[in-house]
Design a protein around this ligand. Structure first.
Ligand SMILES: [Zn+2]
Ligand SMILES: [Zn+2]
Ligand SMILES: [Zn+2]
Length: 258
């Protein structure tokens, strides 16, 4: 990355941190949020607000929203996202920062209860939610915040699955957000956003071998990770993959029941 860009990124990060701190002060002064929240959840939430408010005072183009369009704060989609993220972070933090579909569905349920409507049963709203997650995740990649980018890729994937199940839209691509290599992660976001903001990053990481997870629980490879190009797919279901014929055979007893 050219150093000018890096410096810009740093300056932007510093400005963001400052803004977040300000917001934090504002929030605690008002005492609007009386729920008990973990520090991590607070920080994440501030970032969310930060992204939403970014374009209000600065339209230099340096802070592209990567295809996301801002909605007024009282818009139901905006309220949904804010509430959902709060519930999701709380659920994740309450379980030792472990992600997973259970947290996702719990957060959806709690959010529907908050708002009194089934927000996810509106396709336009779902698309807005997805564009928010893609934009935020792309920004995390640019800010070198890989773990956050992963987390939001996982949330986006769950929303894609939910959208597919609700509206019969295209089946989302199979994507192991938690173990994916940086090449796969950057590709995921780059394909989702309409701008070219991740092109430079993609050039940086495209030589990294794509890896996947061998599904044999007793696989002997470190972390059960295998290069995608070497992966074998189960011919019965087409989605379960293995590092070797041995692992596939070993796992068959378990897998055939699923
Ligand atoms: Zn962009
Ligand atoms: Zn294996
Ligand atoms: Zn299978």
């Amino acid at each position: 990355m050219p150093s000018r860009k890096k410096a810009q990124g740093k300056a932007r990060k510093a400005a963001k941190a400052e803004k977040a701190e300000e917001e934090g002060k504002k929030q605690s002064a008002v005492g609007a949020n009386n729920e008990q929240q973990a520090l991590g959840a607070q920080i994440q939430r501030l970032q969310l607000q930060d992204l939403f408010s970014e374009h209000d005072d600065d339209t230099t183009g340096d802070d592209c929203l990567h295809g996301h369009t801002l909605l007024p704060e009282d818009d139901v989609a905006h309220q949904f996202m804010k509430s959902f993220m709060g519930h999701y972070y709380d659920a994740v933090n309450a379980d030792g920062r472990k992600l997973g579909p259970d947290k996702f569905h719990a957060a959806i349920k709690a959010t529907d209860e908050d708002l009194g409507i089934q927000t996810t049963e509106n396709e336009v709203r779902m698309d807005w939610v997805l564009s928010f997650l893609y934009g935020l995740g792309a920004q995390f990649i640019l800010d070198d915040s890989e773990s956050r980018a992963r987390m939001h890729a996982e949330i986006a994937c769950f929303f894609e699955l939910l959208k597919c199940a609700t509206f019969g839209t295209e089946q989302p691509e199979f994507f192991e957000t938690q173990i994916a290599d940086i090449h796969t992660l950057v590709s995921f976001y780059r394909k989702k956003i309409p701008c070219s903001c991740l092109d430079e990053k993609y050039e940086e990481v495209k030589s990294v071998s794509k890896v996947g997870l061998c599904r044999n629980l007793n696989c002997s490879l470190p972390g059960h990770l295998v290069k995608r190009s070497k992966m074998l797919y189960c011919t019965a279901c087409g989605t379960t993959n293995y590092c070797s014929r041995e692992c596939q055979v070993e796992d068959w007893k378990r897998h055939k029941k699923t």
